[in-house]
Design a protein around this ligand. Structure first.
Ligand code: F6P
Length: 340
């Protein structure tokens, strides 16, 4: 049998570990693997590479994806799905393993509906894909953010400043929640729960009164309940600096004015996505790759592999694409105990 593999969407620590596991398991049982470069683009433009054991040597600790990635969606292009089907047939691909998030798996589900044998592997550092307890990449991203928060505590305390740490998470606050809890943040703000600026100011002032500086962790998608974050001077902050940027910068400017203490915003951005995966992510990504080959060899299709408790099992792809997995309020309440 010949198995195709591609990685789509934003990159994520552990993608290479999945590729390695798929190749090692498949070739070990006599199957062949062909990789398609840059997600669905590789299937649209017939950009393929044969993958054998030599090709995946040394991949386990490497960040990013050796196959490259893109956000190309064949269903958004005239004749796209037909080109994908033609390319799969030209390479004699019997089953496809797309590794990706909501968009990539959405394409996978539609292709499965057109008769292509598909077994998806879920991926996102945001951990917001439903159907699986965790996605690989999340643990690594949380570790990066936690280390940043640890470091920011000491510089914040030294300068008696508020440090606002903006982390990834457009729709869900998992990274903010876990990094904030692990790093001892004094406030954690997530998209699921529009925040009250007065309460954030009060928590920061309380922290200053205790002799320490506040750390505020904010998801990039978090927003104030009343919709606005403006200083009295408009674009400039209380100290006359021009503040530009996302929610972290806007919040830091307002906190500076409202607390009367200097503040700084730190945007961790793509640092959270790059670099070597944690041990947890290497193991999870490897188990996902092995389970994907098991599912292909068992003749399954329209499924993705998922972590349920401690087991990796096949579940319908639709479980991951129907809705996002958001932070439940009771999990947020755990972080709130430590606010202020
Ligand atoms: O993978 C999701 C994510 O990490 C989001 O949290 C973030 O908004 C997005 O990727 C940014 O990705 P890019 O810069 O690649 O568009």
């Amino acid at each position: 049998m010949r198995i195709g593999i591609l990685t789509g969407g934003g990159d994520c620590p552990g993608l290479n570990a999945v590729i390695r596991a798929v190749v090692r398991k498949a070739t070990g049982s006599g199957d062949e693997v062909v990789g398609f470069r840059d997600g669905w683009r590789g299937l649209l433009e017939d950009d393929a590479v044969p993958l054998d054991v030599a090709a995946v040597r040394g991949l386990l600790p490497r960040g990013g994806t050796v196959l490259g990635t893109s956000r190309t969606n064949p269903y958004a292009l005239e004749g796209g799905p037909e080109r994908v089907l033609g390319c799969l047939a030209a390479h004699g691909v019997d089953a496809l393993v797309p590794v990706g998030g909501e968009d990539t798996l959405g394409v996978a589900a539609r292709l499965a509906g057109s008769g292509v044998r598909v077994v998806g592997v879920p991926k996102t550092i945001d951990n917001d894909l439903d159907g699986t307890d965790y996605t690989f990449g999340f643990d690594t991203a949380v570790g990066v953010a936690m280390e940043a928060i640890d470091r920011l505590h000491t510089t914040g305390d030294s300068h008696h400043r508020t440090l606002v740490v903006e982390v990834m998470g457009r729709h869900a606050g998992w990274i903010a929640l876990h990094a904030g809890m692990a790093g001892g943040a004094n406030v954690v703000l997530v998209p699921e729960r529009p925040f009250d600026v007065d309460a954030v100011v009060a928590h920061c002032l309380h922290r200053f009164e205790s002799g320490y500086s506040p750390i505020v962790v904010v998801s990039e998608g978090a927003r104030p309940a009343d919709g606005g974050l403006v200083t009295s001077s408009g674009q400039t902050d209380a100290f006359g600096h021009v503040r530009l940027g996302g929610i972290g910068a806007a919040l830091a400017a307002v906190l500076e004015e409202r607390t009367g203490r200097e503040s700084r915003a730190v945007v961790l951005g793509h640092v959270q996505r790059g670099g070597t995966p944690s041990a947890f992510d290497r193991v999870l990504a490897t188990r996902f790759g092995l389970a994907a080959v098991d599912a292909v060899q068992a003749g399954l299709s329209g499924v993705m592999v998922a972590l349920r408790g401690t087991d990796v099992v096949p579940v319908p792809i639709a479980e991951a694409t129907a809705r996002l997995k958001l932070v439940p309020l009771e999990r947020y309440a755990e972080a709130e105990v430590f606010f202020g």
